[in-house]
Design a protein around this ligand. Structure first.
Ligand SMILES: Cc1ncc(COP(=O)(O)O)c(C=O)c1O
Length: 406
């Protein structure tokens, strides 16, 4: 008789085993420990959550909708909410999109997973920015595929490298974040958006355009989504996580006609539909409040937080460290001199009770060792200063133990 204990190992699917673990989740566990100052997570500032307006909106939804809000609903999502999203695009870019081309999802994270379901077979190749969003790397890795990363220049993805990598790997799609990219904070210039749309058109390559931060700009509004330059080949995703709150777990995807029925089936198979009450709640919040005033509060606050963090980081991090200076979003990307390995440095940082995300996390091939992602939205100026001092102390210890001189 086999006396070894039961294990699921031999029953698990290949794709389940292929899913990358998210270092970020592990780090968030550490970040939650008492006394730790975290520059690691991508958490919006909870002081800016519209708590009382949400409470009022929920009351309203329950008294207006009654039993129907508690019922199953359509897979595509609550029509008034889809109409609001379409109207918002029109207001911002003067582009008309049909509410019928919008699918409400359980956060934009689900949109990425559905895009994977739609296009990917094991062994396929996809292209993405270098560095890229860890949640996308994780979502796509579930399909057991190869990911090729393309360098980001100061004004967006490198078109030269894109052409070269595309020749080599016959990709299924390009995934990118043109506004205030996570993790780098970089945005594509207008010129780069046009060039990219043109190149995608000639290559006939689909583009998954992930856009959760575009409403969180600081000094000027952002450029037109590539998806509006090439609607027949692109999927544009959006999210209420940074505009309202991530706890409501609601996002959307804007899709071409030809993909609609496939995506609806994929959505149905995943979860039938997105939470009905929450969709109605979001709609009520959006129409009963001055959304731009709410967003302006966030923009002004985050802008100040970014300035403070950048100033402190320039002061406390080693000379020759290079920083991005994003005009929106939630992250600064710092690249330390070559002598520093941030995957090692983070261990010293944790011992000093401060934490960041090492750059390597956002690469698929082990690069990014000299970089770190710093979140500026979730700490107060005092915490930032304290955290940067601790980071400096960690750097000093690292230099001493690793015999690094800068
Ligand atoms: C680039 C990017 N895409 C998607 C997401 C997922 O957002 P959501 O909360 O809408 O699922 C995030 C979250 O941080 C993100 O940074």
């Amino acid at each position: 008789m086999n006396s070894s204990p039961f294990t699921f190992e031999s029953f698990l699917s290949g794709s389940c085993k292929a899913i990358r673990s998210s270092f970020l989740r592990e780090i968030l566990d550490i970040a939650g420990m008492s006394g730790i100052i975290s520059f690691a997570g991508g958490l919006p500032n909870p002081d800016l959550f519209p708590v009382s307006q949400i409470r009022i909106a929920l009351d309203q939804v329950m008294s207006d909708g009654g039993k129907s809000t508690l019922q199953y609903s359509g897979s595509q999502g609550y029509l008034p909410l889809r109409e609001w999203i379409a109207g918002r695009y029109y207001k911002r870019f003067g582009i008309k999109v049909a509410p019928d081309n919008i699918l409400i999802t359980n956060g934009s994270q689900q949109a990425l997973d559905l895009a994977g379901k739609l296009f990917l077979d094991p062994g396929d190749c996809i292209l993405m920015e270098k560095p890229s969003y860890i949640g996308a790397i994780q979502a796509f890795s579930a399909y057991d595929i190869k990911m090729e990363q393309i360098s980001l220049e100061h004004d967006g993805i490198s078109i030269t490298e894109l052409k070269e990598k595309c020749r080599r790997c016959n990709p299924k799609f390009l995934y990118g974040i043109p506004n205030y990219q996570n993790p780098s904070g970089i945005s594509y210039s207008e010129g780069k958006r046009l060039l990219l749309a043109e190149w995608l058109r000639t290559k006939k390559l689909p583009f998954i355009e992930d856009d959760p931060y575009s409403e969180i700009y600081f000094t000027k509004t952002n450029g037109i989504p590539v998806s509006f330059l090439l609607p027949e080949q692109c999927i544009l995703t959006g999210s209420f996580s940074k505009m309202i709150s991530p706890g409501i777990r609601t996002g959307w995807m804007l899709v071409p006609d030809k993909l609609k029925s496939y995506l609806l089936k994929a959505k149905q198979a995943a979860d039938l539909h997105t939470n009905n009450i929450v969709q109605q709640l979001i709609y009520r919040f959006l129409v009963d409040n001055d959304v731009d005033m709410h967003l302006d509060r966030i923009r002004i606050h985050y802008h100040q937080q970014k300035e403070t963090m950048l100033m402190l980081a320039r002061h406390f991090l080693p000379q020759r460290t290079r920083f991005t200076n994003p005009d929106g979003g939630m992250f600064i990307w710092a690249t330390l001199p070559d002598e520093f390995d941030t995957t090692e440095l983070v261990k010293y940082a944790i011992s000093e009770k401060v934490i960041f995300v090492p750059g390597k996390t956002f690469y698929v091939n082990g690069e990014g060792n000299h970089s770190m992602r710093l979140n500026f939205t979730s700490s107060s100026p005092d915490e930032m200063e304290d955290g940067m001092k601790r980071l400096r102390q960690a750097i000093n210890l690292y230099m001493e133990h690793m015999k690094v001189k800068v």
